[in-house]
Ligand binder design. Structure first.
Ligand SMILES: *Cc1c(COP(=O)(O)O)cnc(C)c1O
Length: 358
C-alpha cells in the first residue's frame, strides 16, 4: 500500500515501532516530562514566542479549530474569515454554529489572497482574523506577510490553521504575528490521527483566561492549568503523544529547514514527472509543497482515477469533495514517502494510460 493522501500519511518505521508498544498509564512524572518536552519542541519548531503555551487536545484538527475559536472569541467579536475552499468554509461554519459574528472573504477556486481583497476590510471594526495557511482543498498557500500587515494595521487577533502547511512550507509564528496556531498529528507530522495542538501566544492566553466558554471538554483554561505540570485534564491519545516526542526530536535533529526542503523536493520531483501524463496542474500560482492539485485532461473523471489507483494499484491519492469531485484530485507529498514512491505512482498512471483508463 502506498498512501499519497494528505492525512493520515505514511509513517516512519520508528513511529510504527512505538505504536506497536503497550500504552503506559499517564498520570506519572515520566509522562509529564514527555509532555513538557513536547511543548518545548512544538514551540521551537513553529518559532512561537517564549511565553507561548501549547494546548494538547485529543480530537482531530477540526476539534482544535472549533476549540480555538470558542476559547479566544465571544459574541463581542467581529471576525473575518478567509474562505478559499472547504477548510475556510469550515471556520465560517464553526462561527455560525456558535453564534459568532463572522464575515467571509470569499476567494474563487485557485485564487490567492491579495492586498486588494484585504483593503476592503480595513477599519471596519473587525477584531479577529481566521485563515488556513494552506487551503488544503485547492493547494493554495496564502502570503502570511500580507496577512500579518493587515492584522497589525487593524489590531486583529490572528488565528492560523497551519495543519497542512506545518513542516511542508516555512512557518514562523512570531514573524507572522500569529496569536494562535492550530496543528494536527496526521499531516506532515506523520503520526496517527487523534491529536491536535493549539499554540497560544500571550495575547491569546489572556483572551482564553478572560473568556467564558460553554464547553467542558474544550475549555482551554483547564488545559493551560494542567499543562503547567505536563498533564491534560482528560485522558489524551497517550500513544500518539509518545510518538510525537520521538518525531519532534528527529525533526529538531534534522532541522525544520531540511525537513521542509525534503517535502519541496518530493513535490518538485512529482510535478516534473507528471508532465508526461494527461493531467494538468489546477489553477493557481502559489502552491503549498504539501500537495499537488490535479485536473484530468482526458475523458475520465477525477474521482474514477482515485478509485482505479486504489483498487488496481493499492495507491491512495486524495479525491476532492462536493462540486470539485469530478474535476480535481490531489497528490500529497508529506509523510514517509520517497522519490522511488513517486516513480511507482507515475508508473501506475502510465499503466492506466496504456489500458485506456487515463
Ligand atoms: C486536515 C486539515 C484539517 C483537519 O481536518 P480533520 O479531519 O478534522 O483532522 C483542518 N484544516 C486543514 C487546512 C487541513 O488540511
Amino acid at each position: 500500500m502506498l498512501n499519497f493522501s494528505v492525512g493520515p500519511v505514511m509513517m516512519e518505521q520508528e513511529t510504527l515501532r512505538i505504536g506497536s508498544e503497550q500504552i503506559p498509564y499517564f498520570r506519572t512524572e515520566q509522562f509529564s516530562e514527555t509532555m513538557i518536552e513536547n511543548e518545548v519542541l512544538l514551540k521551537k519548531l513553529t518559532h512561537a514566542t517564549e511565553a507561548s503555551r501549547v494546548i494538547f487536545l485529543t480530537g482531530s484538527g477540526t476539534a482544535a479549530m472549533e476549540a480555538a475559536v470558542i476559547n479566544i472569541f465571544n459574541e463581542n467579536d467581529k471576525l473575518l474569515v478567509v474562505n478559499g475552499g472547504s477548510f475556510g468554509a469550515r471556520f465560517k461554519e464553526i462561527c455560525d454554529v456558535h453564534g459568532l459574528s463572522a464575515e467571509e472573504l470569499h476567494l474563487n477556486f485557485g485564487e490567492t489572497l491579495k492586498s486588494e481583497h484585504l483593503e476592503k476590510y480595513d477599519r471596519k471594526g473587525f477584531t479577529g482574523f481566521l485563515l488556513n495557511v494552506h487551503e488544503t482543498s485547492t493547494g493554495i498557500l496564502y502570503d502570511m506577510n500580507l496577512v500579518k500587515e493587515f492584522c497589525e494595521r487593524n489590531q486583529l487577533i490572528l488565528v492560523a490553521d497551519a495543519i497542512s502547511s506545518f513542516l511542508a512550507d516555512p512557518y514562523d509564528m512570531s514573524e507572522y504575528g500569529v496569536n494562535a496556531t492550530i496543528l494536527s498529528s496526521q499531516k506532515a507530522l506523520a503520526l496517527p490521527p487523534g491529536m491536535s495542538f493549539v499554540l497560544l501566544d500571550e495575547k491569546a492566553q489572556e483572551r482564553v483566561l478572560q473568556n467564558k466558554v460553554k464547553s467542558l471538554y474544550f475549555n482551554f483554561k483547564n488545559y493551560l492549568a494542567d499543562g503547567l505540570r505536563g498533564q491534560t485534564p482528560y485522558t489524551p491519545a497517550v500513544g500518539v503523544l509518545l510518538q510525537l516526542r520521538e518525531r519532534l526530536l528527529a525533526i529538531e535533529h534534522v532541522g525544520t529547514d531540511k525537513t521542509i526542503e525534503k517535502v519541496a523536493y518530493i513535490a518538485q520531483d512529482f510535478r516534473t514527472r507528471m508532465k508526461q501524463l494527461p493531467l494538468e496542474l489546477a489553477p493557481g500560482s502559489s502552491f503549498s509543497n504539501a500537495i499537488t492539485p490535479l485536473r484530468p485532461t482526458g475523458e475520465i473523471t477525477a474521482d474514477r482515477i482515485c478509485n482505479y489507483l486504489r483498487d488496481d494499484y493499492q495507491i491512495y491519492v486524495c479525491p476532492n469533495g462536493g462540486s470539485l469531485s469530478k474535476v480535481l484530485f490531489r497528490v500529497g507529498h508529506i509523510g514517509a514517502i520517497t522519490i522511488d514512491d513517486n516513480r511507482k505512482l507515475i508508473e501506475a498512471f502510465l499503466d492506466m494510460q496504456k489500458k485506456g483508463l487515463l
